[in-house]
Design a protein around this ligand. Structure first.
Ligand code: GCO
Ligand code: MN
Ligand code: MN
Length: 398
């Protein structure tokens, strides 16, 4: 596939370029295929090599957890050397670091959560570890800091007297980190990532909507947005694009995690667009229609059956599918028949009272208007046709 992709790329349309802002986490290409039942199937992929591969295949950015790059027990001297070498690799490859994050889930010390853990010492350590991860990200040029509370949940609600205590603890932590951000003049925007479950039985902040409700309660809501993930909302059986649209409308779409997932299963982190191409299409169309200009970050990994070459196939595939869907979105937007139907279904007859902003006279007009429901029912809503035209576009016959 790599070769074939190369050929298609040179023939034009689907070649990733820096302006597409495609990024991958070190943990995505570096995923060794471990799962709860089986050990690694691929060798370690050193961070600097990942960056070179990303540069070669046309990705724009690389993201990292603190410990994807710097081992948790590295000495300051070791850390500094690792960071220096990594920066050099990024410069050589022309790859930037738009986002950094922190692992608050891997080390066993976080078995009861990090910011929401019962033990105040664990909570303090989580803050310290995050501040150091922010230092690291800032040094690498990151301006987005993702917080994914994978362990911020429970297996049993018996473990806390009240669940709202967890919300308070989380708020306290995010407020603290915002202060640190200001004190250090890092200029980060925090992007909070929700997930319904896994690795905890239930995670408190289960969906992007939960976070959109939480953010306005913070001391610095302007500094905090969301990082919705395709797989996470799909696990919960939700329409991902709708969550993304709400985040966008609220001015909170600071980052996005693109991958794929079959609903109702554990996090599969499949190649973008590989399981639900139609949902992926609506998503890409939305991002392109609103001119979202943040990173298009792929938080996915290659099948466990793959070797190292397959990891490159996987990464190329994510970007290729995005670009194919982007082209389909252009085609859909330019399709006369589709656009005519869209116009017709939302056109209003001139006699309809306008219900914009409330005014007492406007309210009187609306209250006294007689609606002819039978006539309203005459209007055709040809959504079957509209959807079929979409399917025709997607399947390449239109
Ligand atoms: C997952 C999450 C993570 C986070 C990452 C960034 O389900 O494993 O999606 O991949 O996105 O830890 O914080
Ligand atoms: Mn993610
Ligand atoms: Mn995930």
């Amino acid at each position: 596939m790599s070769k074939k992709n190369g050929k298609n790329a040179s023939s034009g349309n689907y070649e990733p370029r820096p302006e597409h802002k495609f990024s991958f986490g070190l943990w995505t290409l570096g995923n060794r295929g471990r799962d709860p039942f089986g050990d690694a199937v691929r060798p370690t992929f050193p961070p600097n090599d990942i960056v070179h591969v990303l540069g070669e295949i046309g990705a724009w950015g690389v993201n990292l957890h603190d410990n994807d790059l710097v081992p948790i027990d590295a000495t300051p001297k070791e850390r500094d050397k690792i960071v220096r070498d990594f920066r050099a690799a990024c410069n050589e490859s022309g790859v930037v670091v738009p986002m950094a994050t922190v692992s608050l889930f891997f080390h066993p010390v976080f078995r009861d959560g990090a910011f929401t853990a019962n033990d105040p010492e664990v909570r303090a350590y989580a803050l310290q570890k995050t501040m150091r991860a922010m230092d690291l990200g800032a040094e690498l040029g990151a301006r987005i800091f993702v917080l994914w509370g994978g362990r911020e949940g429970v297996e049993t609600d018996a473990c806390r007297p009240r669940a709202d205590e967890a919300v308070k603890r989380l708020r306290e932590a995010v407020n603290y980190l915002c202060q640190y951000n200001m004190a250090q003049k890092y200029g980060y925007r925090f992007a909070l990532e929700a997930k319904p479950n896994e690795p905890r039985g239930d995670i408190y902040m289960a969906t992007t909507g939960h976070y959109l409700g939480f953010i306005p309660t913070l001391d610095h809501p302007e500094m905090v947005g969301v990082n919705p993930e395709f797989a996470h909302e799909t696990m919960a059986g939700l329409n991902f694009m709708h969550g993304v649209a709400q985040a966008w409308e609220a001015g909170k779409l600071f980052h996005i995690d693109l991958n794929d997932q079959y609903p109702g299963r554990y996090d599969q982190d499949l190649r973008f667009g590989s399981a639900n191409p139609k949902s992926a299409f609506w998503l890409v169309k939305f991002l392109e229609d609103v001119a979202y200009d943040g990173p298009r970050h792929f938080d996915a990994h290659a099948y466990r059956t793959e070797n190292c070459e397959g990891v490159t196939d996987f990464a190329r595939g994510c970007m290729r599918t995005y670009l194919i869907l982007k082209e389909k979105a252009d085609r859909w937007n330019a399709d006369r028949e589709i656009q005519t139907i869209l116009k017709e279904v939302s056109a209003a007859s001139p006699s309809v009272p306008k219900n914009g902003r409330y005014s007492p006279t406007g309210a009187q007009t609306l209250l006294s208007h007689v609606f002819n429901k039978d006539a309203m029912m005459q209007k055709r809503l040809p959504y079957e046709l509209l959807d079929q035209l979409t399917v025709d576009v997607l399947l390449g016959v239109r």
